[in-house]
Design a protein around this ligand. Structure first.
Ligand code: AHR
Length: 532
């Protein structure tokens, strides 16, 4: 599809007669990276994770039990640990989700055989005849062991919906008080962990507008104040307040306004949680089988995230011009209607295809470009649930295409975001409600210690791009690139075929102040390059 017709971008943008108006522009597209204008630091926590007591996430996905034949480290699935380490997973959010507001932490400590069995929030969503009783075999000690094995920072969601401030504060003291101080620290030591857990990130409830309490924003602001005022500060905390349902049709700005109205005069939270699902549940779209129109529909809905972030950030700025409170996108992902579960009991698990990997690239580019606003993001969820990196069942385990995008983007973590300029016109694509406009190229770039990382996603099903990348006055010393693509847009990895979709080395030419490479249709490419 590389036709060398040097049309002006503006002319093409106006030409909407074809399904993909970029086709005729596909050659010699120039990209400029402003390497001399580094911006915000990309928080490593943007590449974060989320695991909940839901379906097959914790039990089987993460926790296989100490007596299991499946390779494990003290009951934790070994391959999960190894792969999370491999991608440098920076954090883990736990125990929910909706589960968190029904969870009482004492149920998950002490001798495992003596722990109570409890009702799990997700029980009522289980298919008839299937049980979700919570066994509490995986509690705070097991969670912290997992975090330490992976090298991930814990992010714990506290129970506001059915808990009390006292229960929350006791949990914080149990986790963070130095050994030999308060009785709760002694109890923690008796249960196997003398040293404090040092948990800094605490979510004060989850989706308090829904499963976390069905509250109005002003009611939640009052709860939030009540829950944090007597917070035991053993460790400099980072407190996250429940934010909006960003994928609501109206963007849910009212929640943000109402919450910050209710916080007037009080100390603002460090983080404000924004949930953004590319929510296909109300549509007929399927996870594993789709046409071009459905490919683009998912991506179009996904890139709305950009505006949702900007809208809420602007609203927050009306109350806090200095922006002391940052956004925490602690649930994001493509959520399809039921139908492709690994097994019926693993509710919310989905087939993950190349389309979801492309969506991941677009999402990470949005996050990176908004690095000044976003302190953390957590994919929903890491294993066996919605936008997963892994699917696991018994002794079977597979990395999904999404895993590979996490891997390809990891050198952005902790680097400084730099602007990228290009004139690739929007695509005119078929979607559910007719033709729509989708950015023809997604990019983000960062620099650290004389190295540049550039990630790019070509969402088109038709048009390849040939790129010349100028480095804003810098010179390239060497470069290498990796690509994730497949000729079949529905390609996926399965227990039987683990590596159908996996990254490959991609050809790149270094020409001193520029790089040259192709960006094939339906692909994500990551370039790493030494610059001087
Ligand atoms: O991730 C699944 C669920 O989605 C979470 O439990 C909840 O917070 C959200 O609605």
């Amino acid at each position: 599809m590389n036709r060398r017709t040097f049309l002006k971008a503006g002319t093409l943008a106006a030409c909407a007669a074809f399904a993909d108006s970029r086709t005729a522009f596909a050659a010699d597209t120039e990209i400029e990276i402003l390497t001399a204008e580094p911006g915000a630091l990309i928080s490593p926590h943007i590449y974060g994770h989320f695991i909940e007591h839901l379906g097959g996430v914790i039990y089987d996905g993460v926790w296989v039990g100490r007596d299991s034949k499946i390779p494990n480290v003290d009951g934790i699935r070994k391959q999960f640990v190894d792969d999370m380490k491999r991608i440098g997973a920076p954090n883990l959010r736990w125990p929910g989700g909706c589960f968190a507001d029904g969870y009482h932490w004492r149920d998950g400590i002490g001798k495992s055989s003596a722990r109570p069995r409890r009702y799990n929030f997700w029980q009522s969503r289980m298919p008839a005849g299937l049980d979700a009783t919570e066994s509490n075999q995986f509690g705070i000690h097991e969670f912290m062991h997992l975090c330490r094995l992976v090298g991930a920072e814990p992010y714990v969601a506290a129970n506001v919906g059915s808990g009390t401030p006292k229960e929350f504060h006791d949990w914080v003291s149990y986790c963070n008080a130095p050994a030999g101080t308060v009785s709760l620290a002694d109890e923690r030591a008796t249960n196997g962990d003398k040293d404090p857990f040092g948990i800094r990130y605490w979510g004060v409830g989850n989706e308090s507008w829904g499963c976390g309490g069905t509250m109005r924003p002003g009611e939640y602001a009052a709860k939030y104040r009540e829950f944090v005022t007597q917070f035991p500060v053993y460790k400099d905390p980072f407190l996250v307040a429940t934010g909006p349902r960003g994928h609501s049709a109206d963007g849910d700005i009212g929640w943000t306004t109402g919450f910050f109205e209710g916080m007037r005069g009080a100390t603002p939270p460090h983080g404000f949680s924004l949930h953004f699902y590319t929510d296909l549940r109300p549509t007929p779209l399927k996870a594993g089988s789709f046409d071009a129109r459905e490919w683009y529909e998912v991506l179009l809905r996904g890139v709305r995230l950009n505006k949702v972030i900007e809208d809420h950030w602007n609203e927050m700025g009306k109350f806090d011009a200095a922006h002391r409170t940052k956004l925490i996108v602690d649930e994001w992902g493509v959520w399809y209607a039921p139908g492709s579960e690994i097994t019926p009991a693993y509710i919310l698990s989905e087939t993950i295809t190349l389309r979801d990997a492309i969506h991941t690239g677009l999402t990470f580019d949005v996050f990176n470009r908004h690095a000044d606003k976003i302190a953390m993001a957590n994919v929903a969820q890491t294993v066996n649930c919605i936008h997963s990196l892994f699917l696991a069942q018994g002794d079977k385990f597979v990395r999904t295409p999404v895993y590979h995008v996490f891997d390809m983007y990891r050198s952005h973590m902790g680097a400084r975001q730099v602007p990228v300029r290009h004139r690739v016109p929007d695509l005119n694509v078929p979607a559910m409600a007719g033709q729509a406009s989708l950015p023809g190229l997604s990019t983000s770039a960062s620099v650290r210690d004389g190295r540049l990382t550039l990630t790019m996603t070509n969402p088109s099903l038709d048009a390849d791009l040939t790129l010349r990348i100028r480095l804003g006055g810098a010179h390239a010393t060497e470069a290498h690139a990796r690509i994730l693509t497949h000729q079949n847009m529905q390609a996926t990895n399965t227990f039987a075929d683990l590596d159908e979709v996996k990254p490959a080395v991609h050809s790149i030419k270094v020409a001193s102040d520029a790089l040259e490479l192709g960006l094939p249709k339906q692909s994500v490419v990551a370039v790493e390059c030494g610059i001087s």
